[in-house]
Design a protein around this ligand. Structure first.
Ligand SMILES: NC(=O)c1ccc[n+]([C@@H]2O[C@H](COP(=O)([O-])OP(=O)(O)OC[C@H]3O[C@@H](n4cnc5c(N)ncnc54)[C@H](OP(=O)(O)O)[C@@H]3O)[C@@H](O)[C@H]2O)c1
Length: 275
């Protein structure tokens, strides 16, 4: 049974109802989407599995819900005009998206804006298959929908190196490249899509530069002030082959403006607390 569990802020403006629900509003992309919507004066409801942090007095509503378990969804969806679906969990994205779609239908069919990944048709990673299945679920949902695919965010590309920082060498996949994009630019684009009419699959969005994986790892190490050898590994198999063929790239859609080094410089400022 769905219990109402939406926590509304006291500063709700009169006449401003119909918030935009951001699933995964606590995640890397979701936080940026929430910030952009609030900056634009759009009422926001954040969905999370966790209770709102004590002392969090930001001007959004908060809905405790679990897409995998199906709890809290009716209350989270009640009265929303648009849903930006940023929640993800590698183990259950397909079932989570189905549950979201069903709850959205019950709630009067808001516009569903979904973030997906460039190359999910061609790189046979299990996570990418589940993203494709989630896209299909949305396309067949009968809801008004928009899907944006982007390349990897700078954060993820940097994390591939930072997680290895205690190892004597940093491993990369030889012959592969990435085209990282700044997450705040992705958030800006999603908010533009929220403001527009449902558009179906929109043109992909990729970062400004296609870079060798080895070069991106070296740049991350430099930014962290670490000296490690970068060792490219040549792996067999269909996934590595698809990545070497550039299935994760969209060079003709290099619309992002922020290069990787600019992201690294911002992250490694002392105040950013990365190191
Ligand atoms: N990272 C990239 O490079 C990249 C590139 C292209 C597209 N994308 C897509 O962008 C989206 C966001 O990625 P991200 O890196 O920002 O993710 P993230 O930081 O890992 O955040 C995941 C979010 O999902 C929420 N979540 C997980 N399981 C949930 C559940 N069962 N019910 C409700 N909420 C749940 C979490 O909220 P709580 O923990 O608060 O519940 C969290 O806010 C994903 O769909 C991803 O595929 C990512």
């Amino acid at each position: 049974m769905d219990r109402p569990s939406v926590d509304k802020p006291s500063m709700d403006k009169p006449g401003v109802d119909e918030p935009v629900l951001v699933t995964g509003g606590t995640g890397t992309l979701g936080r940026a989407v929430v910030a952009r919507l609030l900056a634009d004066g759009v009422p926001v409801r954040v969905m999370s599995r966790r209770a709102r942090r004590a002392g969090d007095d930001a001007a959004y509503e908060w809905a405790v819900a679990d897409l995998a378990k199906g709890t809290g969804l009716d209350a989270a969806l009640a009265g929303v005009r648009t849903v930006v679906h940023c929640a993800t969990n590698a183990r259950n994205d397909v079932v989570a998206t189905r549950r979201l779609v069903e709850a959205a239908r019950r709630a009067g069919s808001p516009h569903l804006v979904y973030i997906s990944i460039v190359g999910i048709d061609v790189v046979p990673l299990p996570y990418y298959r589940s993203k494709r299945e989630a896209e299909r679920t949305i396309q067949a949902s009968g809801l008004p929908w928009t899907v944006l695919r982007t390349t990897q965010f700078h954060d993820l590309v940097a994390t591939m190196t930072t997680v290895q920082r205690r190892l004597p060498v940093v491993l990369t996949l030889s012959g592969t490249r990435a085209q990282p994009v700044e997450v705040t630019e992705v958030a800006d684009r999603l908010v533009e899509l929220v403001r527009g009419a449902p558009a179906g699959r929109v043109p992909d969005m990729a970062g400004p530069e296609v870079r060798d994986a080895r070069d991106l790892a070296a740049a991350t190490l430099r930014a962290m002030g670490l000296r490690r050898r970068v060792v490219p590994l040549r792996l067999p198999g269909r996934i590595a082959r698809a990545l070497r063929a550039g299935g994760n790239l969209a060079p003709d859609r290099a619309v992002g403006k922020v290069p990787f080094e600019q992201y690294l410089a911002a992250r490694t400022r002392p105040a950013a607390g990365w190191r």
